[in-house]
Design a protein around this ligand. Structure first.
Ligand SMILES: [Zn+2]
Length: 104
């Protein structure tokens, strides 16, 4: 929550008072705002490829984004092409197999 503290610290006194009042009066639904932002972020590709770190062109038809993990803790990875996605997926597969092996 360090970033949240930073965010609060960056606000002026009057901004903090104003925001607090808005939330208390129910004029600002923080959860809803955050959910919308999360949805927004989930819809978009990341800025760079998770495998080769190249800049990703969001309008390129060869850009891919994978979503994985549980609904309340989703992870996202974007790729500049099928090769990079394939590399990532096979890496994950190996990691999963390794962790399953070490359990016993
Ligand atoms: Zn790539």
């Amino acid at each position: 929550m360090y970033r949240f503290k930073q965010f609060i610290d960056s606000m002026e006194h009057y901004e903090l008072v104003y925001l607090k009042q808005k939330i208390e009066k129910g004029n600002l639904d923080v959860i809803k705002e955050m959910q919308e932002k999360i949805k927004d972020l989930e819809r978009k590709h990341n800025n760079d490829c998770s495998t080769c770190s190249n800049n990703l062109d969001p309008y390129n038809p060869n850009s891919y984004t994978l979503m994985f993990g549980p609904e309340d803790f989703k992870k996202k990875a974007s790729f500049c092409g099928l090769d990079c996605m394939e590399y990532f997926v096979s890496n994950m597969k190996h990691m999963k197999q390794d962790s399953e092996k070490t359990e016993f």
